[in-house]
Write a protein that binds this ligand. Structure first.
Ligand SMILES: *Cc1c(COP(=O)(O)O)cnc(C)c1O
Length: 438
């Protein structure tokens, strides 16, 4: 069995050899992967690190069960959002003390969008508009819509190619997700941030599909605000705390609106008035989920274990090699079955996932693959979207997480896809009934 990538024939044996030479291969041993499964959905829910179950059990039985309330000091529960935040900072080009792990991505977006608008109102009160991308993840758009209603502002949604032209003097904030959750297309963070700033617009980035997936350098890009997700590439577990970063030049300029006691300068003074803590601590609201933070800490340690092996740069090279291989194998071995590739082939515009399109059967094909142990997911096209945009097409979505996936996994996944298409297996009725969660 052979296929070609960059005109060089590649075989299943070649993939095995690539795995054998891969210096990152041993990182896979940190995870408890179910046998017989090729998991291509770590961009939606990351996998379980082997350390997590024991750590969570220890937090529950010893720290909570035995040490009880003393754990806030003795077991450093109170600083956990900061200590976990400092580990995230290493992955996103932020300095220690600039990130907290807290709340959810949606809630953190509400905080940073509000803060950005507060700062814009001080510096440029005539700016009354937020711009985002129509194909952004819906919760980001819903939060922006709610804030606009609350403040009487306007939300303008554009296609990616129209972002530059949308930057007019009315725009207070440009809010984008760096890597698109459907297509895997990636923005150039430094270039887009510079274009926003040249227009006097503040830049809010959502790193849900970037943190732990691609190298991110918020400080070099001079971004203003960022949020991101703990349960995708950071392997923090379902509903893991999210994170928030604010450029230090803005942090102390204003309150964020969810001014709870964990963001107070002296929470245990119990004063009736609010005094925000200096720095990123003011972006906490109330008591944070300690058990979930401990699980997220384990996920981060598993990612940071790549640091001595080249860190995010090494993970990125492997991720691109995996996605290149997947695209090349699909194009050759699944040719003639109506699949398209929606993800950009240009490395500088690709995150760590590949999305395939098909006019019909996308959902059923994904279900047939899952039945074979190849777990990806399906995202429905928005039929009301502009037919010319990828927003209108159904998508088969596959995430390639270099921490625990190898080259032979890619080969095997494509071989299953080929068999599902060639046999027509996906047309069986059991693969055509939709579940509540897709
Ligand atoms: C996954 C994701 C979220 C998730 O938000 P929650 O508040 O955790 O539900 C938000 N935004 C983007 C872009 C995402 O990809």
């Amino acid at each position: 069995m052979t296929s070609s990538i960059c005109n060089i024939s590649i075989t299943q044996q070649d993939c095995q050899a690539l795995d054998a030479q891969d210096p990152l291969r041993k990182l896979r041993d940190q995870f408890q992967l179910p046998p017989g499964v090729i998991y291509l959905d770590g961009n939606s829910l990351g996998v379980l690190p082997k350390t997590t179950a024991a750590r969570v059990a220890d937090v529950v039985t010893r720290e909570w069960g035995n040490d009880l309330i003393q754990s806030w000091n003795k077991n450093h529960w109170f600083e956990l959002p900061q200590t976990v935040g400092d580990k995230i900072a290493r992955l996103i080009g932020a300095a220690p003390g600039e990130v907290v792990a807290a709340d959810t991505t949606s809630i953190n977006l509400y905080k940073v969008l509000s803060a950005a608008l507060n700062i814009s109102a001080l510096d440029a009160p005539h700016r009354q508009r937020i711009v985002s991308e129509r194909s952004n993840f819906p919760t980001d758009l819903y939060i922006a819509e709610a804030i606009c209603k609350e403040r009487g502002l306007e939300l303008l949604l554009v296609e990616p190619e129209d972002i530059a032209a949308s930057l007019t003097p009315e725009v207070a904030v440009l809010m984008l997700t760096q890597v698109n959750y459907r297509t895997g297309a990636m923005h150039d963070m430094a270039a887009v941030t510079a274009a926003a700033h040249a227009n006097g617009t503040l830049m809010v980035w959502d790193l849900a599909h970037s943190a732990g997936a691609v190298p991110v350098d918020l400080n070099t890009a001079r971004a203003d605000f960022a949020v991101g997700c703990g349960y995708k590439y950071l392997n923090g577990g379902p509903g893991a705390p999210a994170f928030v970063w604010v450029n230090p030049m803005h942090t102390d300029r204003c309150w964020q609106p969810l001014a709870g006691w964990w963001g107070h300068a002296a929470p245990f003074a119990f004063t009736p008035d609010y005094q925000p803590a200096p720095g990123i601590t003011r972006y906490q609201c109330g008591t944070q989920p300690i058990i979930s933070l401990a699980a997220l800490d384990c996920g981060l340690d598993a990612t940071l274990a790549a640091e001595p092996l080249g860190g995010m740069a090494a993970l990125r090279s492997k991720s691109l090699a995996l996605t290149d291989l997947f695209i090349a194998l699909v194009e050759e071995r699944c040719a003639g079955h109506g699949l398209g590739v929606a993800t950009p082939k240009d490395h500088s515009q690709r995150g760590s996932q590949v999305c395939l399109t098909r006019d019909e059967g996308a959902y059923a094909i994904v279900q047939a693959l899952i039945a074979r142990g190849v777990v990806g997911d399906y995202r429905a096209g928005n039929r009301s979207a502009d037919a010319a945009s990828t927003g209108s097409v159904d998508i088969l979505r596959f995430g390639f997480i270099p921490l625990y996936l190898g080259f032979e996994d890619v080969w095997n996944a494509v071989e299953h896809l080929r068999q599902v298409l060639e046999s027509g297996e996906w047309q069986q009725p059991e693969f055509n009934t939709k579940n509540a969660v897709t």
